[in-house]
Ligand binder design. Structure first.
Ligand SMILES: Cc1cc2nc3c(=O)[nH]c(=O)nc-3n(C[C@H](O)[C@H](O)[C@H](O)COP(=O)(O)O)c2cc1C
Length: 341
C-alpha cells in the first residue's frame, strides 16, 4: 500500500484525474480479460473462506465491493473481481447515452484526502451496458461475479417523467443484476436530489419494481442510494418509505455538497463521519431485516470495521481504492471475514 500511496501523491497526482481514471479502468478491463486475472485473484485477490449469505439471492464472497461511478461502462467487472472486490456496483446508467458535464469535472484534494466530481452521469446508456453485461454473464467467470446496477435518469428528463426513466433502466438491466440501486442522490444532475423527497421517491420505487418485473426474471433486490446532506428526519422518512414499499435496503452515502472547495460533490475523508451517522440512523429505523450498504471515506480496515459497527451489512469503496490502491479491496475483505466487535 505504501508504494502505491507514494506514487499517488507524486507521479499520479501530476496527471489529469479523469485521464488517469480512464487509463486505470482500461488497464483493469484488459487485465480482467487476460489469463493473469485468475492467477492474481488467487494471490492478492480475495477468495475468502466463508461466503456471506442471507443478504442477496446468491452468497457473496465477502463484504466489500466497489461503489458506483468507477465502472460506469460495466466493462471492467472481471478485473475488479480479480483484484478482490466481492461485488461491483456498475453505473450510474441512464436510459439514453449522455456525455455528462463539460471538463474539467474531476479533481483530487490532498488535505483532506478526497475527490471532487461533477461528472453528470456520463455513460453509454442502458442498451450498451445491457449488451456488455449480457456478454459478461455468458462466461463462467462473469456468471459468478456479483454485480449491482445503479440506475438514474437522463439530464433532460423532467422530475414528472423521472419514474419512466428508472422503469426503463430496470427493465433493460434487471436480468443481469444481483441488485438494483435507485440513484436519486448525485449532486451533478440538476434537480435529481429533489427526487429524494418521499413522494417522488415512492413513485420512482414503484416504477423501478414494475420495470424489474417486466424484465421477467427472478425478483431483483431494489435499494435506494441517498445523500449525506439529507436532514436526519428526511433520512428517517426515506427509511420508512423503503419499508412501506417493501424495497430491500439503502446505499448510504453519495458525495456531499457541504463544502467550499468549488463545484461538484466531495467524496473520501470528508464524508466518513456523516456516512457512519447515516448508516447508524438507517439501521435504527429499519431494524435487521433490510440490507444497508455503507459507503463513504473507507480507506482502511478500521474505517471498514466502523462501518460494520454502525450497522452496514456490506461496505463499498471508491475514493479509498483510488487513493490507497489495488490491494485495498482484498485486504478489507480478508479483515471483514473475521467477526467485527
Ligand atoms: C468520480 C466519482 C464518480 C461517481 N459517480 C457516481 C455515480 O455515477 N453514481 C453514484 O451513485 N455514485 C457515484 N459516486 C459516488 C460514490 O459511489 C460514493 O457514494 C462516494 O464517492 C462516497 O464513497 P467514497 O468516499 O468511498 O468515494 C461517484 C464518486 C466519484 C468520486
Amino acid at each position: 500500500m505504501l508504494p502505491y500511496r507514494i506514487a499517488y501523491r507524486t507521479l499520479i497526482s501530476l496527471t489529469d484525474p479523469e485521464w488517469a481514471h480512464l487509463a486505470a479502468m482500461r488497464l483493469i478491463a484488459a487485465f480482467g480479460r487476460s489469463p493473469l486475472a485468475p492467477l492474481v485473484a488467487r494471490t492478492v485477490g480475495y477468495r475468502g473462506g466463508e461466503k456471506v449469505t442471507g443478504l442477496l439471492a446468491r452468497p457473496l464472497p465477502g463484504r466489500v465491493g466497489l461503489a458506483a461511478g468507477q465502472d460506469k461502462k460495466a466493462d471492467a467487472v472481471l478485473g475488479l473481481d480479480a483484484l478482490g472486490f466481492a461485488f461491483v456496483e456498475v453505473g450510474t446508467v441512464t436510459p439514453e447515452p449522455q456525455p455528462g458535464n463539460d471538463k474539467p469535472r474531476l479533481w483530487r484534494h490532498r488535505e483532506p484526502t478526497a475527490l471532487r466530481n461533477r461528472m453528470g452521469f456520463n455513460n453509454d446508456g442502458a442498451d450498451a451496458v445491457a449488451a456488455r453485461l449480457a456478454e459478461l454473464r455468458s462466461t463462467a467467470r462473469g456468471k459468478k461475479a456479483i454485480v449491482g446496477v445503479n440506475i438514474g435518469k437522463n439530464k433532460w428528463v423532467s422530475a414528472a417523467d423521472a419514474p419512466a426513466d428508472y422503469r426503463t433502466c430496470a427493465r433493460k438491466l434487471a436480468e443481469y443484476a444481483d441488485y438494483l440501486v435507485i440513484n436519486v442522490s448525485s449532486p451533478n444532475t440538476p434537480g435529481l436530489r429533489d427526487l429524494q423527497a418521499v413522494d417522488s421517491l415512492r413513485d420512482i420505487a414503484r416504477a423501478t419494481r414494475k420495470g424489474a418485473a417486466e424484465a421477467g426474471v427472478r425478483a431483483v433486490p431494489v435499494l435506494v442510494k441517498i445523500a449525506p446532506d439529507l436532514a436526519d428526519e428526511d433520512i428517517e422518512a426515506v427509511a420508512r418509505m423503503v419499508a412501506e414499499e417493501r424495497l430491500d435496503g439503502v446505499v448510504a452515502v453519495n458525495t456531499t455538497i457541504a463544502h467550499d472547495f468549488g463545484e461538484g460533490g466531495l467524496s473520501g475523508a470528508p464524508v466518513r463521519e456523516r456516512a457512519l451517522e447515516v448508516v447508524s440512523r438507517l439501521r435504527s429505523v429499519l431494524g435487521r431485516d433490510y440490507l444497508i450498504i455503507g459507503v463513504g471515506g473507507v480507506f482502511g480496515v478500521g474505517d471498514a470495521e466502523n462501518m460494520v459497527r454502525a450497522g452496514a451489512d456490506l461496505v463499498e469503496i471508491l475514493t479509498g481504492f483510488v487513493c490507497e490502491g489495488p490491494l485495498l479491496p482484498g485486504m478489507l475483505n480478508r479483515a471483514l471475514a473475521r467477526p467485527v466487535r
